[in-house]
Design a binder for this molecule. Sequence first.
Ligand code: FES
Length: 100
Amino acid sequence: MFKPLDGSTPVELVDIQVDGATARVAKGRTLAIALLEAGHSITRRNHHAEPCAPFCLMGVCFECLVHLDGQSNVQACLVRAEAGMRVRLPQGGAAPIGDA
Ligand code: FES
């Protein structure tokens, strides 16, 4: 679905957990991009349970909020993908605190 415009291939792939399933992503890409590349285009749902996806990819829109390693409401576009990350995609409403 998504690929680098310059055609480059990632130097290193790492495994992260997304809702309990393993996803192999490029180390060092932003987590938002890694999730999109792994096929997770919906990162959260708003308070009307409508799907939201990363939009600005630069920390402005807050559409990329995820639970990351026990921390709620992390902007996935502002952190780099690393091996062993545990991501939970909120399924609706505001993300509960400390529920990853
Ligand atoms: S995609 Fe807009 S803040 Fe992360």
